[in-house]
Design a protein around this ligand. Sequence first.
Ligand code: KG4
Ligand code: ZN
Length: 354
Amino acid sequence: SENLRVLAIETSCDDTSVALVRQDGTVEISFSANQDLAHAPYGGIVPEIASRNHTHHLLPLIEQALGDTSLTWNDIGGIAVTNRPGLIGALIVGLMTAKSLSMAKSIPLIGVNHLEGHLLAPFLRDSTYQPPFEFDSPVLALTISGGHTSLVLMKTWGQYQLLGETKDDAAGEALDKFAKVLGLGFPGGAQVDRESKKGDLAKYPFPRAMVGENGLDFSFSGLKSSGARLVNQIIENEGKEAVDSQRADLCASYQEAVIDSLLTRLTQAVKKTGIKKIIITGGVSANSRLREKSIELAKDKGWQIAIPPLRYCTDNAAMIGFAGVWRLNKGFSHGPDLAPSPSLWDGDFQEAKS
Ligand code: KG4
Ligand code: ZN
């Protein structure tokens, strides 16, 4: 089994995703079923609806993955599944399916930390994407999604140190909430991205809040409140139409504040650690302005930078497969007592704040 293949399952939030991944990170198949339309009427993810949709989508996706590659269960060397962190009901659907398949087909099972998946996503490879550098020495990671905003020092495979994280809202949450105030629908991050392209990013001076001058933590709740306050003020003073006509400027200015806060912290982390191999990962790394700005910054500072293609930025099973396959290859696996967890496990990340 020198190039092991795993079947990977991801159901921690609102995307049902299945992938076939090789030990070297090659993605053979990656399919997802998106639930945005099911949650949109509620303006946010409804956990019960997410679980129910996972049960509808998961088995057909697995059948499709095997069918499209004409592989059989004999070709599958392991089953990797996200078991933490996430919505418990949503995690249970993927975990129970993975356990059942593992038992029925006698295939080893491995539970994966969703965030480790995001950290490894830039190192996946397929027919149109190759990582710009390998993960063979320490890497500094900015992980930004709807639920997380962290700076992580990836020392080596499996050894991750948390350098800083958000003290309140995640970056994606701050974008989603502002989109909601503007009536842009859910999830709003990509809509804010689209609107911003037509707007003036210097029109509104939104705050770039940082927690502690020298620390590496983030805070977005102040920005979120000031965004909502401004929109309400415009509505009160000039009416609802005024917001619609200034929507692009509002988005561009707000988005720029989020991006500045992220990149300022990243720059501080590089200074502090001396590490100049950077990855940016998680759903918000799909943001076009952030990608542009961070690539420019890296060029300017002489960093090597890797940002995965959009399909590996947002939640996907391929990244879960990559985290799982190297653990299996190292001899780790889980028994049928593997449990889902809404939070990380002790030892997933080393806390080291100084
Ligand atoms: O990683 P992800 O798919 O799920 C979590 O683990 O949270 O991240 C979802 C987040 C949402 O907040 C969504 O609005 C944001 O990623 N997002 C974006 C873009 N595409 C997705 N934010 C900004 N610009 C985008 N293009
Ligand atoms: Zn995620």
